[in-house]
Design a protein around this ligand. Structure first.
Ligand SMILES: *Cc1c(COP(=O)(O)O)cnc(C)c1O
Length: 366
């Protein structure tokens, strides 16, 4: 079986010295030496000023909303992984869904202003599949209405535009280092911020709100990354460029072979300024033109041992805890509905063999 992704793992024996060091230190969590080194190494690798690592991306999202004291309503996208909107519900915030762009699946800035009310406190867009949102337009709107901007950049590890990390946009950006992401620490995540004070605040929040032994500044949570994860992250960083280069070669092969097939649409990022991470390879199947529906294709590929995934189907707004929300109604989100019904993410990961890519391509062509 070929799955849509396979986690990247460095050579096992290279991890042993890190574990020996942890056994020697007897410092397992709470901002230990590997945690500190990992944060410093990430700032350098990503080109971001401040980062706070987390035990997973969802806790990073939850904490980002707390750190900026977000309340009321938040404008977000239905075309994402459920964690994006769940982080709002867990903070007692009402998600307000707006429709997305056909070309990328990212939030369409043209739909944001009409969704702003006197309860709106933030915008929470997602750079879907690692393709940058129209962040300059979104930022203009956030500034004009003095509302906060938090990016769910879970797919964006290593993505840059004009040499600038995409994680530098917004008041805060969050990353995920989950096993299925381009860069993993088994589970893990991070918040990127722009000041020492904000990093301190986030670090306090992820450790129960403790500022020091006797002072608790807020009802924080436990979202700390442990030393094993942090050490593993340091080792993974040595291999991530190599892993992304292998993904790039696969993405280029898919693009070359699938670009001119009637009924198959790809996301084409033709900005020469963007460096992508090839985290996903979505194709959009127009049943009429292609002659087979997306779901039939999904089943047929499965019968050939190819496990594709329909990211993001169903839309978040169609899950039962969201359907009562006025903005979740399907007729308000036609583009997102269309993408959800057409999308199929093809296998892409560093160790995927070229022969397997060619097999998938020939199955799609038949
Ligand atoms: C993976 C993902 C998350 C959640 O990250 P975890 O580390 O799995 O908690 C959030 N948002 C998006 C868009 C994701 O893809």
């Amino acid at each position: 079986m070929i799955n849509v992704t396979q986690p990247y793992l460095p050579p096992l024996q290279e991890f042993t010295p890190y574990l020996e060091q942890i056994w020697k230190n007897k410092w397992l969590t709470n901002n230990g030496p590997f945690h500190q080194q990992f944060e410093a190494a990430l700032c350098e690798y990503l080109g971001v000023p401040f980062i706070s690592v987390f035990s997973n991306g969802t806790l990073a999202l939850l904490t980002a909303l707390q750190a900026l004291d977000i309340k009321g309503e938040v404008i977000t996208t239905p075309y994402s992984f459920v964690a994006t909107a769940h982080s709002l519900l867990w903070n007692n915030i009402t998600p307000v869904f707006v429709d997305v762009e056909l070309e990328t699946g990212n939030m369409n800035p043209a739909n944001i202003e009409a969704a702003i009310t006197d309860k709106t406190s933030a915008i929470l867009p997602v750079h879907v599949y690692g393709n940058p949102c129209n962040h300059s337009e979104i930022e203009k709107i956030a500034k004009k209405h003095t509302i906060k901007l938090i990016y769910d950049a879970a797919h964006c590890f290593g993505v840059t535009e004009n040499g600038v990390s995409i994680c530098n946009y917004g008041d805060l950006s969050i990353l995920s280092f989950h096993a299925t992401k381009v860069f993993n620490t088994f589970e893990g995540g991070a918040i990127i911020c722009h000041s020492k004070e904000m990093k301190q605040h986030i670090d306090d929040l992820k450790n129960f709100g403790f500022r020091n032994e006797t002072t608790v500044i807020a009802a924080g949570i436990n979202a700390k990354m442990n030393e094993v994860q942090a050490a593993f992250g340091l080792l993974q960083l040595k291999y991530v460029d190599q892993a992304i280069a292998k993904r790039k070669a696969i993405a280029e092969l898919y693009t070359k072979e699938l670009s001119n097939i009637s009924g198959i649409r790809l996301i084409i990022n033709n900005s020469p300024l963007t460096i992508n991470n090839y985290s996903y390879f979505p194709v959009f199947i127009n049943a009429e033109l292609y002659g087979t529906s997306r779901d039939q294709l999904y089943e047929e590929l499965k019968q050939h041992g190819i496990n594709t995934r329909r990211y993001f189907y169903p839309l978040i707004s169609d899950f039962p805890m969201y359907t009562h929300i006025p903005s979740a109604q399907a007729d308000k989100l036609p583009i997102a509905q269309l993408l959800a019904n057409e999308v199929l993410c093809l296998p892409i990961y560093a160790d995927l063999e070229e022969a397997d890519v060619l097999k998938i391509i020939s199955l799609l062509k038949k």
